[in-house]
Design a binder for this molecule. Structure first.
Ligand code: PRP
Ligand code: ZN
Length: 286
């Protein structure tokens, strides 16, 4: 049987989250103890390749891997031809211009004539051109954040997520230029059999995403107020209503969107609901 090869980051910001996504989808991807280069999932026709994130777009474009999980920033930088199958909502970060804390910053023009260290020269080139800045790009392979300290550059252009790397190197983020997050990419010419496996994976990922943005809600409602309360609850089809020992009351179960949740709770209480329970949903198949 055909198997789908998916490349993920061997070690870095996206590694654990990528493995966690597979685990939630019922695909064992972890060989965490050994971190071999290759893991074969026994319960789903997927093989995992652990690679350096910078190599993932090219591997997928060349068909060495069929799909991959990587930051958009890496795809843009490498300029490889791959298709984004799904935005994954984790690994959110931005590419920012940062400068030493004590520098006298006066806006974007500060960067004119300065030397900027980065591992993202192609994205930086475009950012500078778009903003009419003439700066010297210093390409470096890692530890960009120490460049200003050791006098290798005046500023850096790098990924900022929590900001702690900048902070501990005496740098301040001045301009947020590009936002990025982890995406699932695929080769542009997947065989039908491989596409079918990918579709199954995507189906599971959609169920995980839907579950994450929804909560299961249970509450007790006085029968007399049931109609008012039901109107407040959209539910997947309509709420379930179950009898309680006290025949004047019923138990109502439904699903609410996380972002509408607090607003709805207040209205439900005002309408007479009691004993409201809100619980997380594991998977949600729409
Ligand atoms: C980025 C970047 C910083 C760090 C910033 O590295 O180079 O080192 O993350 O994160 P923070 O704001 O939370 O401190 P990344 O994990 O993408 O790895 P790589 O550049 O080595 O591939
Ligand atoms: Zn990298």
């Amino acid at each position: 049987m055909e198997r789908l090869k998916i490349a993920i980051q061997k070690s870095g910001r996206l590694s654990d989250k990528s493995i966690e996504l597979f685990e939630k989808a019922g695909i064992s991807a972890s060989n965490a103890s050994s971190r071999l280069l290759f893991a074969s999932s026994p319960d789903f026709p997927i093989d995992i390749l652990y690679l350096r994130d910078d190599d993932i777009p090219q591997c997928v474009a060349d068909g060495v891997a069929d799909a991959g999980i990587v930051g958009e920033n890496v795809i843009w930088e490498t300029g490889q031809q791959v298709e984004v199958a799904e935005k994954l909502g984790f690994g959110k970060c931005r590419l920012s211009l940062a400068i030493p804390r004590d520098a006298n910053y006066n806006g974007l023009q500060w960067f004119n004539g300065k030397k900027i260290a980065t591992t993202y020269p192609n994205i930086l080139k475009k950012v500078l051109a778009d903003n009419n800045i003439n700066a010297d790009i210093h390409v470096i392979n890692g530890s960009v954040e120490i460049c200003p300290v050791i006098g290798l550059a005046d500023a850096i252009f790098d990924i900022v997520s929590t900001g702690s790397t900048l902070l501990s190197n005496g740098l301040v983020e001045k301009e947020k230029m590009v936002n990025s997050q982890a995406v699932l990419i695929k080769n542009e010419k997947l065989s039908a059999a491989k596409q079918e496996i990918l579709d199954k994976l995507l189906f599971r990922i959609h169920a995980i995403h839907a579950a994450k943005s929804n909560k299961y809600i249970l509450l007790n409602a006085p029968k007399a107020k049931l109609n008012d309360i039901i109107k407040l609850l959209p539910g997947m089809k309509s709420p379930s209503v179950l009898p309680l020992a006290d025949s004047d009351w019923v138990s109502v179960h439904s699903v609410v969107q996380e972002d509408k949740f607090w607003g709805i709770i207040d209205e439900l209480r005002a309408a007479g609901a009691q004993g409201i329970l809100v619980v997380p949903i594991e998977k949600m198949i729409l």
